[in-house]
Design a binder for this molecule. Structure first.
Ligand SMILES: [Zn+2]
Length: 356
C-alpha cells in the first residue's frame, strides 16, 4: 500500500489481524532457517502489507493513529516474538541433529593407527650392518656413479672382462672419463683403502646396477653388502670364522657354512659361501632344494688390489666378501617374487610391521 494513499482505519485493523493470523501460520510452518527468514521478510519487510500500514499512520487523525499504531505495535511484537521463538526451536533441532550425527559410541572398538613399517630390504640391511658393527666394522657409503677405474681396473678386472661389456654394465654418456652405474659395491674397497692406512674393517651397503632384464629372481637395480678386512696376519680362517659368525647371527646359531672354490678377479683364492637352510635345517626343502642356500662371494684380497691402493702386500693381507641381499630378503621373509621389493604395494609392505 503506497504511503501517499490514505489509510482506512477499519480496513487497516482488518489487514493487521489477517497479517497476524497469516504470520503465525507462516512462522509456525517454517521448516528451516531460510524459510523463517523468508517469512520474516514477507511479513515485516519493506514491501509487506504491515509496512504499508506503518507508513500510512502519519496520515491518520491523532485518535486513529494512536489506535491503529498501538495495534500495529502489538502485531509487530507478536510476530517478532513468534519468529524469535521459532528460530530458537529450529536452532535447537539443528543442534540435536548435529549431535546425533556426531555421536560417539564409546563401546565401538577403536580404529588402529598404522604407523608404517620399514621396507624389508632396510630391515635386512640394518640387521646385517648391526651384526658387523658388533664385530668392530665401520659402515662406509659411496657414489653410485663410478669411474671405470674404481668399478673395474682397481679391482683387477681386466679391460676385456665380459662384465665390462655394455650388455652387462650401464655406461653413462657423460663427457670425459667413461663412467658407469656401479655394478657392485666393491669400489668402496678401493675408495676406503685409498683414504686410510691399514687396519681396515669396513662394511659397505648400497644399490648396484646391471644391464639385466628383470624377472621373478633378477632385478636391474639391487642391493649389496660388501665387507673388507685388511690387517697384518689376516688368514682365510679369519674369513671363514667371520662369515660363520655372521650367518649364525643372521639365520640362527645352528647354521653351518661351507666354502667352495670360485673365481673373482679381486680375490685370490676366491670362494662361494653356502649356508645350511634356515627352513629345513639342511635336509632339503622347497626353499633351498638341497639343504644349502647360496650366500656371498668372498676371498682373500688379491695382492694386486692392495698394490693398487699403495698397501704393502708383503706386510698386509685381507679378505673381502659381498653379495646381493634382495634374494636373501626373499628367502628370509618368504615371498615368491623379487620384484615385490620394488612395487611399493602397501599390502605387501604392511606385513613387515614389527618384523626384524
Ligand atoms: Zn631347506
Amino acid at each position: 500500500m503506497p504511503a501517499s494513499e490514505a489509510l482506512d482505519p477499519g480496513q487497516a485493523l482488518g489487514v493487521l489481524d489477517a497479517e497476524l493470523a497469516r504470520g503465525l501460520a507462516l512462522i509456525g510452518g517454517a521448516a528451516g532457517r531460510d524459510a523463517l527468514d523468508e517469512a520474516e521478510s514477507a511479513l515485516l519487510g519493506r514491501k509487506s502489507p504491515f509496512s504499508g500500514i506503518q507508513r500510512g499512520l502519519g496520515g491518520l487523525s491523532e485518535k486513529d493513529r494512536r489506535r491503529i499504531g498501538q495495534r500495529t505495535n502489538e502485531v509487530r511484537g507478536a510476530l517478532r516474538s513468534a519468529i524469535a521463538s521459532r528460530r530458537e526451536t529450529l536452532e535447537a533441532e539443528r543442534e540435536r541433529a548435529l549431535l546425533e550425527a556426531d555421536r560417539i559410541d564409546v563401546t565401538l572398538p577403536g580404529r588402529r593407527l598404522r604407523p608404517g613399517s620399514l621396507h624389508p630390504l632396510t630391515l635386512l640391511q640394518n640387521r646385517i650392518v648391526d651384526i658387523f658393527t658388533g664385530m668392530g666394522y665401520r659402515v662406509v657409503e659411496g657414489p653410485e656413479v663410478e669411474t671405470e677405474w674404481y668399478n673395474f681396473d682397481a679391482l683387477n678386472i681386466p679391460p676385456d672382462h665380459p662384465a665390462r661389456k655394455t650388455t652387462d654394465t650401464l655406461y653413462l654418456s657423460t663427457p670425459g672419463e667413461p663412467r658407469v652405474l656401479r655394478t657392485e659395491t666393491s669400489a668402496m674397497q678401493i675408495r676406503t683403502m685409498e683414504s686410510q692406512p691399514p687396519p681396515v674393517y669396513v662394511i659397505a651397503p648400497g644399490r648396484v646396477f646391471r644391464n639385466e632384464a628383470t624377472d621373478a629372481t633378477h632385478l636391474a637395480v639391487f642391493h649389496q653388502v660388501e665387507g673388507l678386512a685388511v690387517d697384518e696376519d689376516i688368514t682365510f680362517a679369519d674369513l671363514k670364522g667371520t662369515l660363520e659368525t655372521f650367518y649364525r647371527a643372521l639365520l640362527g646359531q645352528e647354521r653351518r657354512i661351507r666354502l667352495t672354490p670360485s673365481f673373482f678377479p679381486f680375490v685370490e683364492p676366491g670362494a662361494q659361501v653356502e649356508v645350511t637352510c634356515f627352513v629345513c635345517g639342511g635336509v632339503g626343502c622347497r626353499t633351498c632344494g638341497n639343504g644349502w642356500i647360496e650366500g656371498m662371494g668372498c676371498g682373500m684380497v688379491h695382492p694386486r688390489v692392495l698394490e693398487n691402493v699403495g698397501y704393502d702386500p708383503e706386510r698386509y693381507s685381507g679378505f673381502a666378501f659381498g653379495g646381493g641381499i634382495d634374494r636373501m630378503a626373499m628367502l628370509r621373509y618368504g615371498f615368491p617374487d623379487i620384484r615385490m621389493l620394488l612395487e611399493n604395494d602397501v599390502r605387501f609392505l604392511a606385513q613387515f610391521e614389527g618384523a626384524t
